[in-house]
Design a protein around this ligand. Sequence first.
Ligand SMILES: Nc1ncnc2c1ncn2[C@@H]1O[C@H](COP(=O)(O)OP(=O)(O)OP(=O)(O)O)[C@@H](O)[C@H]1O
Ligand SMILES: [Mg+2]
Length: 272
Amino acid sequence: MTTVLETEGLTKEFGRLVAVDGVSVAVDSGEITSIIGPNGAGKTTFYNLLAGQLEPTDGDVHIKPRDGDELVTATGMPPHEINRLGLSRAFQINNVFEGLSVIDNVRIARISREGRTLDVRSLARTDRELTESAREILELTDLQDVADEECASLSHGDVRKVEIAVALGTDPSVVLLDEPTAGMNPTETDRMVELVRELNSSTDTTFVLTEHDMDVVLGISDRILVLDGGKLIARGPPDDVMADERVQEAYLGGEVGDGATTEDRTAGGGEA
Ligand SMILES: Nc1ncnc2c1ncn2[C@@H]1O[C@H](COP(=O)(O)OP(=O)(O)OP(=O)(O)O)[C@@H](O)[C@H]1O
Ligand SMILES: [Mg+2]
């Protein structure tokens, strides 16, 4: 197993609040990792530190560059440089240009990945390549049928898929998803879980997701990380983590196995 992403004592303070508190984790290549924890546990802040939206107060982020063998220190790099290393974050909605078609959104992601200037000589070839590679991504994400639709007219479930397609457009080795099933109906949720699984196995992309729906977490994860009050309180395969007493107390209020439904446990837990 190769480590593609690693944090070392990662810490973010907002004034006196320690939102992320000395978190050290390693994410292995090709795995699906879920980050869980109650509201305010620090999950989104942790993402912001990984992807360069925030600078840590302390600690480091290491990323294995897409074309390299050694981890490099990405701490303090701006988002576009971190993206170039191979870490891509699927944002909700604001990452998608609503007035553009699905395929144009992915073409734009491809252009930013290449960082190329479109000189006249290579323009035609470039355009053809862009379109072909964008179509491949649309096929992977099951969006080929809506390729030419304007994003504003898509269903919620399809928009979430476009976010992932855009994230994949930069050929990432690691994709961060923040609550990919938030606001989805059960059918859309099942399809999203299926899709992430398929992408994980067909593209050897490593996925990290935050998720409040425990059925999704248990159904999709190779590994689970549990944050509580900014601290990493447990990590491991799903069975081990769910059996952990600290997790049951801190996160689930000791409800595991007592008949509480997922709805009970996630009530008020969504970001949507
Ligand atoms: N920019 C900020 N300034 C001050 N405090 C912040 C800021 N961002 C987050 N926080 C605080 O940091 C803590 C962690 O918040 P964060 O959004 O990371 O939690 P979360 O685990 O993503 O929660 P949720 O499950 O509700 O999405 C919270 O107490 C939050 O109020
Ligand atoms: Mg959050």
